[in-house]
Design a protein around this ligand. Structure first.
Ligand code: NAD
Length: 353
């Protein structure tokens, strides 16, 4: 009943990585190595970073420029782009017609960027994904499977809660951005809610600075999805909980008419070292009527990154594959982010006299 399996491509295509930063080292390359997929080459504007990862992961081609990379990449390459969002459009414009592309989130820094990225992808007939990998974490795959089978009945409540201490100093490009927490972090949670419940009718949001993290545009948010039905779905993040591990929280909880599921995402607690994941469920009908601990195979890092690349490669092999990480779905997530900032900017209801 509990499974974190996902479809794998039959004939994996060679991967060329653009950007040799933290996430590539920690997640992309370990994922592709674990899957046994061919990594053809790597490039970074900082050549020493590309060289270092090439040595560590046995990658044979280290390119010195985008021109060299495009000339050297095999015709069926998957271009795996992991650079700051502001650099995406410039790179996509250089890729060949009908390329296979996996780009890191966010899909640009604004909805206008996302529109331009979508235009380029369509004009150049790319098969493209955006790396919203959190919905493909093993425990989230397991929860989706249970919910799709009707195991917890009708899903009517979804909560994503992060009460953690995040070392923002690891990402210097995030400083001085006009949009930060919802665009770079809660974007994953918004994407995840729509993976389970679809697009909402409306959205309410407020994002907050933290007095000790005033160099960042915001680090705490509340985002409420309105489905015009008795469904409650919301994101509640606080990345400034610097009071030890005891009350750090990182979970996704689903409640249905017949049961509930809670997945603890340990990686966010005590980040970047991380704590163990947990998967618990409660089945009121045909179940034990108490919380039960489930054993889920795989870990967030690197399995979710393997699942994301697999989702794209399956879509390249078969256009009828689910392609849950598709650029089109990611564009909808960017619409949600834009709505969240518009809601934040428009302010709440003034309290009547
Ligand atoms: N999907 C996820 O869960 C996830 C997690 C972490 C980071 N990210 C995203 O991945 C991207 C990179 O994050 P990171 O943590 O690796 O950052 P990082 O700063 O460690 O690395 C970024 C790398 O990109 C390189 N770069 C910049 N412009 C380039 C260009 N034009 N061509 C080639 N290389 C270029 C930089 O030299 C740097 O090495 C960001 O957009 C971030 O939001 C996504």
């Amino acid at each position: 009943m509990l499974t974190s399996d996902f479809a794998m491509p039959t004939h994996p295509k060679p991967i060329v990585v653009i950007g040799a930063g933290g996430i590539v080292e920690e997640a992309h390359l370990p994922a592709y190595r674990k899957a046994g997929w061919p990594i053809h080459g790597i490039y970074d504007v900082q050549a020493d970073k590309a060289q270092r990862l090439a040595t560590a992961f046995g990658i044979t081609h280290v390119y010195a420029s985008m021109t060299e990379l495009i000339a050297g990449a095999p015709s069926d390459t998957v271009f795996d782009i992991a650079v700051p969002a502001s650099k995406l459009i410039g790179i996509l414009n250089q890729l060949p017609q009908r390329a296979n592309v996996l780009m890191q989130k966010p899909m640009g820094e604004t909805l206008n960027d996302a529109k331009e990225i979508r235009r380029i992808c369509e004009a150049k007939q790319f098969t493209a994904s955006v790396n919203f990998q959190m919905k493909l974490i093993p425990s989230i795959i397991a929860a989706k499977h249970l919910i799709d089978q009707g195991t917890i009945g009708e899903l009517h409540d979804m909560e994503i809660r992060m009460n953690i201490h995040h070392p923002w100093e690891l990402w210097d490009f995030l400083f001085d951005l006009p949009r930060m927490e919802m665009l770079y972090h809660s974007i994953h949670y918004m994407d995840m809610i729509t993976h389970f419940l679809g697009m909402p009718k409306r959205l309410y949001a407020k994002t907050f600075q933290h007095p000790k993290q005033m160099q960042l545009a915001s680090t705490r948010s509340i985002i409420v999805f309105d489905y015009d039905k008795p469904i409650r779905a919301f994101v509640n993040t606080n990345h400034g909980h610097d009071f030890g591990l005891k009350h750090q929280d990182s979970f996704v909880k689903w409640e249905g008419t017949k049961g509930a599921i809670k997945a603890t995402l340990g990686k966010n607690i005590n980040f970047p070292k991380g704590e163990a994941d947990r998967f618990e469920y409660f089945l009121s009908e045909n179940g034990t009527n108490q919380w039960v601990e489930g054993n889920i195979r795989g870990a967030w890092y690197p399995d979710a990154f393997m699942a994301t690349m697999a989702d794209l490669q399956c879509a390249i092999e078969n256009p009828a594959a689910p392609h849950v990480t598709s650029m089109k779905r990611a564009y909808d997530t960017m619409r949600l982010v834009e709505a969240a900032y518009l809601s934040n900017d428009s302010g709440g209801t003034t309290i009547p006299d």
